[in-house]
Design a protein around this ligand. Structure first.
Ligand code: SAH
Length: 520
């Protein structure tokens, strides 16, 4: 037995990232990324998934596009083997499924030969899932009992071509052609020559399951010219067969109000996730444009005074009007003291999100008004009693409205307003999302606070034109007022001022309106 220290054995996971939407990776695939030391990703693997890798993980772009070969297959195999042999956890992230035209088999064989353990985590292939997202089922009772997936990479007129179009054309009802956009004309002709009727329905689904998804339809005879007129580009799926006739009925945009809609999310990146996932679940494409960034603005003296008054049980109430206020105040408090400073001071949270933030920090609020707005807090607190003649601490944003302190003072309270942070526009403007907005590529704009409205207007340098064609949705009346004041027409104001309330109000609005999406 050797007593030499040995390098721990590495491992490579060949992970199918799904067709494009980062939510369509498997649970196992995501888990592998979250534990990876190295991620070798592809041009077609969903880029958002890279954010799931641990901080400090090495991200290698193997992105092969037809004209821009970043790493050759040999280099990719060599990199996987090298990192595997060095004892690392390596994820080889691919678009769709690793074994569907993904060269995953070659990589697995190379790893096996080098003695590096490897696990395949299958993915949703674009050939099936991408088509479904475009409204085309690969099989359908009474219409198609089989499908064939074939590469369109080869030139069908070359004698050495491996793809037997004559046989394939007849082999199954549905034909799905990947990598075929450049040779549509030739492939369509080969299928007709193989015996399929020129009037057979055909469709192209470009960039399936991404915010840029587009579906166009025609027949075997017309599809190449439709593609030219519509400017269809890679990556796209080419599908031929009678199932395509179902597309108008199964287009996801017709099946659910938010499906296929590009929805701008303007909250800060750290807060966006609940809205982003609620939207994704509805089939919408959230586009993050964080219009606010939380900048701490703590006056040390004011904070020290507030903490010692809190510690001395001088405050009857402490009122949190946002989850941000909870985070910033508790972080600051913990620098000097701990949760015992709260003693029996009563705690009020403006709404459920603030309540959750408090509970996550070990504090259960005594009071959460039904109406998550400033007016509601002030009214409920006054009704609750103990405000008159009492002292109230209000840790909050620098530019917050005066509704709460004014109402509490009017009710006879002494209010210590403690500004802690500023919801400022981001230091680096999110250019990509701004460009999409300017191109008219956004269907719905969501605002979850007045500062998101003000800051988005500022990011657009006051030019509201890009927002005109979109549905404007606000979380509550105060935010809506700010939007109207900024010159925007507000179409949706949530009655329940939470993320779920906002999404639900938006669904009802869109379900009710007959206007199909911009891309329908
Ligand atoms: N392993 C992948 C396929 C790789 S081959 C999978 O299982 O999906 C690359 C081809 O897949 C592209 O040329 C295109 O035809 C298709 N493709 C991949 N992702 C796509 C997407 N989101 N939308 C449309 N086509 C896609």
């Amino acid at each position: 037995m050797s007593t030499q220290p040995t390098t721990p054995l590495g491992h490579v996971w060949l992970v199918g990232g799904g067709p494009g939407d980062p939510g369509l990776i498997t649970v196992a695939g995501l888990e592998a990324i979250r534990r990876a030391d190295v991620v070798v990703h592809d041009r077609l693997s969903p880029p958002e998934l890279l954010k799931e890798a641990p901080a400090g993980a090495l991200l290698l772009d193997a992105g092969k596009s037809p004209d821009n070969q970043r790493m050759t297959q040999d280099q990719i195999n060599a990199a996987l083997i090298e990192h595997g042999q060095a004892g690392r956890h390596v994820v080889r992230l691919k678009g769709g499924d690793p074994y569907v035209f993904g060269r995953g088999g070659e990589e697995a064989i190379a790893l096996a030969e080098a003695g590096v353990p490897c696990t395949i985590i299958p993915g949703i292939t674009s050939a099936i899932g991408g088509l479904a997202a475009g409204g085309v089922p690969v099989t359908h009772r009474g219409i198609a009992t089989s499908f064939t997936v074939v590469t369109g990479h080869e030139d069908p007129t070359k004698p050495e071509a491996q793809v037997r179009w004559d046989a394939l054309s007849q082999a199954s009802e549905t034909l799905v052609i990947l990598m075929g956009v450049e040779r549509l004309e030739g492939i369509a002709r080969a299928i007709i020559e193989g015996g399929r009727d020129a009037s057979t329905p055909a469709a192209l689904v470009q960039e399936a399951t991404t915010p840029r998804q587009r579906t166009v339809t025609g027949t075997l005879e017309t599809i190449a010219s439709v593609a030219r007129t519509e400017g269809i580009t890679n990556p796209a799926l080419f599908v031929v067969g009678d199932v395509v006739a179902l597309q108008p009925f199964l287009d996801p945009a017709r099946l659910a109000p938010l499906a296929g809609k590009r929805v701008l999310v303007t909250r800060s990146r750290s807060q966006a996730s609940s809205l982003v996932s609620a939207l994704r679940l509805e089939g919408a494409h959230p586009v993050e444009l964080p219009a606010i960034e939380i900048q701490e603005r703590i006056d040390d003296d004011a904070l020290r005074d507030a903490v010692s008054l809190l510690d001395a049980s001088e405050y009857r109430w402490i009122v949190f009007t946002s989850a941000n206020a909870v985070e910033v105040f508790l972080d600051a408090l913990m620098e000097q003291r701990d949760l015992r400073a709260f003693g029996d001071t009563r705690i009020c949270a403006i709404g459920p999100a603030t309540e959750r933030a408090l509970i996550a920090r070990g504090l259960r609020p005594d009071l959460v008004p039904d109406q998550a707005i400033g007016e509601g807090v002030a009214r409920v607190l006054v009704e609750h009693g103990g405000v008159e003649g009492g002292r109230v601490l209000l840790p909050r944003a620098e530019q917050a409205r005066d509704v709460v302190p004014d109402a509490l003072r009017a009710a006879g309270a002494e209010v210590d307003d403690l500004p802690l942070y500023l919801a400022a526009p981001p230091a680096e403007p999110p250019e990509e999302a701004l460009a999409l907005l300017r191109e008219g590529g956004i269907d719905v704009v969501t605002f979850t606070s007045s500062s998101t409205v003000r800051n988005l207007v500022e990011l657009l340098h006051g030019d509201l034109t890009p927002l005109r064609g979109a549905t404007i949705a606000c979380i509550g009346p105060a935010t809506a007022d700010t939007a109207w004041d900024a010159g925007l027409e507000v179409h949706v104001t949530a009655e329940v001022h939470t993320i779920d309330g906002l999404v639900s109000a938006l669904r009802s609005h869109l379900q009710g309106s007959t206007a199909p999406g911009r891309d329908a």
